[in-house]
Design a protein around this ligand. Sequence first.
Ligand code: BGC
Ligand code: BGC
Length: 606
Amino acid sequence: MNLIYKNLLTIVALLFISLISCSSNNDKFISELIKKMTLEEKIGQMTQVDYRYLKDKSDIEKYFLGSILSGGGSTPPTNQPSSWVDLYNGFQKEALKTRLKIPLIYGIDAVHGHNNVLGATMFPHNIGLGCANDKLLTQKIAAATATEVKATGLDWTFAPCVAVAQDERWGRTYESFSEDPKIVTELGVASTLGYQGRTLNKNSVLACAKHFVGDGNTVFGTGTNWYKIDRGDVILEEKELRAKYIKPFKESIKAGVGSIMISYNSWKGQKLHGHKYLIDDILRKELQFDGIVISDWAGINEIDQDYKTCVIQSINAGIDMNMVPGSLNPDDNSYDDFIRLAIESVREGSIPMERIDDAVSRILRIKKKIGLFDNPIKSPPIKNIVGSKKHRNLARESVRKSLVLLKNNNKTLPLKKSGKKITLVGTHADNIGYQCGGWTIHWQGGSGDITPGTTILDAFKSAVNDSNDIHYSPNGDNLLDPDIIVLAIGEKPYTEGVGDRDSLTLSSDDKRILEKVKKSNKPFIVILISGRPMIVNDALNNSNAFIAAWLPGTEGEGIADVVFGDFDFTGKLSMTWPKSMDQIPINYGDSDYDPLFKFGFGLSYE
Ligand code: BGC
Ligand code: BGC
């Protein structure tokens, strides 16, 4: 054996030994800590509260709370990175006042960038990334997002969503990379690696594969109209459930994902939040998931009318942490109710102490791995990270790769940068909020300048040689006499079940604008901003070119980059485009598959 080879072997062996001894040291640290903990301290660890619903900051110490989250729009009063760090440290200091000084872990939905933070880089939502279908790009986006999350002091993102959306009526279609489990699995794994790195360590942001399992393929459930699809029932047989929907979780676990969120939906009538077979037998035992199983937002509450039954069933099914999350309404169940009932249930023997110890050890193990015990108080470098030029350039690249060109008659596109008058029309041409969609600054997203970014109009003006060639008519009046019209229309932001729809046609305002544009007899291009394929046959048939732009985020230049020909279109549909509402749900592999545009469709200039 030559010397180099020998030395290499020694290094590998040493690394292996140090890895094993480090993990057994961690295990010892955790088992000793658990031995010292009272039942109250243990249940506190299992409790997650939205910071808005903390009745008093001192409740963190009083109830030994293990985790805080910021739900959509749960931002500090001044929404800037340093305020997030202060918010975090303020809560962490309360946790450190407790007897055992166990640090808390802070979670947030950083689902297309660090999207609650003003000035953060907002990347395209997952549906667009699915059309780009580029693993490395997806990993880089998650890594950039993690860097922005770290700069605000936070530990944990509730991402990636690895739902395999089958029903375009579902309000979360855009959170899904694709209707194809292979794309979802690959990009989900790439995201996890981007957030966490190869292993969980002090530089990681803890990722969360969600929602386990079956969201995206429900039949109408029993919820209110809005939530019918979102919280509906999955009626698939187990074989298909495993092959299509459990698969992305299985591979995420292999990639080291540290947490998994349970889904609101049910399987054959039984709510996932109380599903012992799926959570305990499959996820934990068979797939050997040893990270944190977290509930969704008040998700356990839907198991039963009686909250105590919900508490018992969810914990016994294998949920380690309850996103309670609290409420401002005194009639709702809050964290003190959860804690009281969980303690009572353990004392009565309805929840075994071993289950509690198992849940707590999972939570503590993750906290230990990401370095919280060593560095609970944060003072991250902040300058030039959140919304940095580098991240915005990456977002711009991902926008151009996510766009899908559906039609381009007579080479209407690319447009020339000089000598042509262009009129932009439609409310989506100059609206950062619309461009970003849901989960942006507010839970449901918003309209207008909700965060800094470049609109399509801004981007067009800077792309052409003379910005006077660009004219803007939001409602289609006063079109002037352009060489070409660019119509930017589509959906207004929504999130979760609020976006469940029976009809996916254009709004009456957009239809009116389309009529005006048609009447002008000018050639026109449509840029559709939407969270899913829509039934827009009139616009498609009458336009000269048509771009599905999804929800691109803050960097509108990515659209101008391809429209003016600096780059070619490379995006391919990761979701089938239906002909009519009657065809929905439609997915490749259906026996009667006859869509308007097939899965994988997308034109280019070449
Ligand atoms: C929160 C969201 C959450 C939602 C659930 C909102 O108030 O901000 O993060 O997902 O409620 O209904
Ligand atoms: C959503 C989750 C989200 C959580 C926290 C829930 O309503 O379903 O996806 O992570 O709220 O905001």
